[in-house]
Design a protein around this ligand. Structure first.
Ligand code: NDP
Ligand code: 8X3
Length: 253
């Protein structure tokens, strides 16, 4: 059955890999992000390669009015959504809490927590139009264990973990599945963003071991969203084999 998939943060990393995976399975896509050029380029490639319909919405998840009006602007034939992938997110900076940058804190809380809430609230009525509604939140190992110089990022991912559980309870009577995927270290643009364009610092994160790739997470999302209707995966913690927890990575340098 063809489904309509709404993905936040589809311009890079996990979101982009999920878009590719769902398109290759012939689903219709709504791809969102702030970088409009990347969105339209990707939409063109997926349409040409897989022949699927792709609609793009360009907004910042932190802007509640922009989120609401973008989703309200969806043409009527796109107003039933089967799967929402709440993926947009970031870590900004890596400092001890006493040295933390307040703008970085705000960016992480506004994007990872408030953005996810704004999108979910606006998409909820469209999920009700689906026969198999499913929300997949991208959490993190950082939402399970805290680590030094990651306090506020970890706090936002602990919040995603709590919201995932709470959504599952509140949405139960609507038959909406709610799942979380909680990855460990994955090589995407994540560390470039965290270290504000310092490519040397970003590359160092992944040196000496085999990190997860975006496709590993997309494969997991595909599996979770293809299970029978009576089966839900609550949470899937996925780690690189070389990583036992955020602070324990076996590196051979
Ligand atoms: P990337 O930096 O590669 O991708 C992040 C995506 O989020 C981009 O498409 C970006 O799009 C989007 N995004 C960020 N801020 C906003 C915003 N304010 N409004 C709209 N879109 C936004 O990183 P990943 O793919 O690794 O990250 C995806 C998710 O996975 C995040 O929630 C991250 O916390 C989580 N995660 C990452 C791990 C990792 O090690 N990489 C591990 C565990 C979880 P654009 O800039 O175009 O707006
Ligand atoms: C991103 C991975 O290592 O910062 O969520 O926890 S890590």
């Amino acid at each position: 059955m063809q489904k309509t998939i709404f993905i936040t943060g589809a311009t890079s990393g996990f979101g982009k890999a999920c878009a590719h995976a769902f398109a290759s399975d012939h689903h219709r896509l709504i791809l969102t992000g702030r970088r409009a050029e990347r969105l339209s380029e990707e939409a063109g490639i997926l349409h040409e390669t897989f022949g699927v319909e792709v609609l793009t919405l360009n907004f910042d998840v932190c802007d509640r009015n922009a989120v609401k009006s973008a989703i309200e602007s969806l043409p009527v034939e796109w107003q039933s959504i089967d799967i929402l992938i709440n993926n947009a997110g970031l870590a900004a900076g890596s400092e001890l809490i006493q040295d933390g940058n307040i703008d970085d804190w705000e960016a992480m809380i506004d994007t990872n927590v408030k953005g996810l809430l704004y999108v979910t609230k606006s998409i909820f009525p469209l999920l009700l139009q689906s026969k198999c509604p499913h929300i997949v939140n991208i959490g993190s190992i950082a939402g399970k264990e805290v680590y030094t110089k990651g306090s506020v990022y970890c706090a936002t991912k602990f919040a995603v973990d709590a919201l995932t559980r709470a959504m599952r309870i509140d949405l139960l009577s609507h038959g909406i599945k709610v799942s979380q995927v909680s990855p460990g270290a994955a090589e995407t643009e994540f560390s470039q963003v965290r270290f504000k364009g310092d490519m040397v610092a970003a590359a160092a994160v992944y040196k000496g071991f085999a990190p997860l790739q975006a496709e590993d997470i997309a494969n997991a999302v595909m599996w979770i969203t293809n299970l029978p209707s009576h089966v839900n995966i609550n949470d899937l913690v996925i780690m690189p084999t070389a990583q036992a927890s955020p602070g324990y990575i076996h590196k051979v340098l």
